[in-house]
Design a protein around this ligand. Sequence first.
Ligand SMILES: Cc1ncc(COP(=O)(O)O)c(C=O)c1O
Length: 309
Amino acid sequence: MRSVVSVGGVVTDADRAVVPVLDRGFLYGDSVYEVFWWHRGALIQAADHFARLRASAQRIYMDVPWSDARDADEIRRTVEASGCPPDGDAYVRLVLTRGITPIGLKVDGARDGAVVVVVQDAHRPAPAEWARGLRVAVVDRLRVGASALDPAAKTGNYMNNLLALHEARARGADDAILLNDRAQVTEASTSNVYRVFRGVLETPPLAAGILRGTTRTRILALCARHGLVAHERDLVASDLRDADEVFLSSSVRGVIPVVAVDDAPVGRGAPGPVTTQVHAWFEAEADAEAERARGTRGPAAAAGGGRSA
Ligand SMILES: Cc1ncc(COP(=O)(O)O)c(C=O)c1O
């Protein structure tokens, strides 16, 4: 498949897609976005993503120009243009910018906000890569506080996360774990974090200052359904170091094992049984959701001819 981009409904190769330089998304990161997993011909957890997009926009006083159905249609059209096979997987990024104003921070009268859909290869970890897991570092840089710029809003301003990742990589780690100003664990640079301790799954509460991950929501629901005790709990860095297992989650990558925290192995330094089980539940649920979506659309649509949301 090719990397393609739709800007306002016009689909081109990714490297030819443009948004004006006076767009506030470019100037200030004044935009909101979602990353969807297109899996086996279906948009996974679409309703959750669209709800979060609207909540993010509301938090920064931005209008969402299109209906969810129109966004979903445009995503489908862009995926089709990429040459992704009807039952294939893709990474889908939907970005809404506030658009253009006279240069300056005032948002009044913004016009021509861009609706952008980026489609590219999903780059999901192969089994051997998954089994190697990630090494994370608890970085010095703090997660920005909810009263400053609420991490619950998924905006185009990722400087906090980007600098945390840079710090982690400088220490030889693959990803960063950020603490808040109360020294509590929040999340990784682009994913939520969990620990398993004595058979119980724990993840920081929303009040720690995190993004409400769509994958996190699904994982907590799957644990409830399968009888695995899971709850939100304030965690500190030593809780991760002392854990039996640690993993991260995000929509395209799914469940990602962490094998080391600050250079110390987690458990036996390999993906643990609970992580492996949650990963299997998550993958099976996504497969079932894709199956249901393809069944609803019917064979013609599933083969690429449909325009359903
Ligand atoms: C900061 C942050 N936390 C958590 C997540 C995970 O969210 P989701 O599971 O909806 O992909 C992301 C995803 O990009 C993120 O950027």
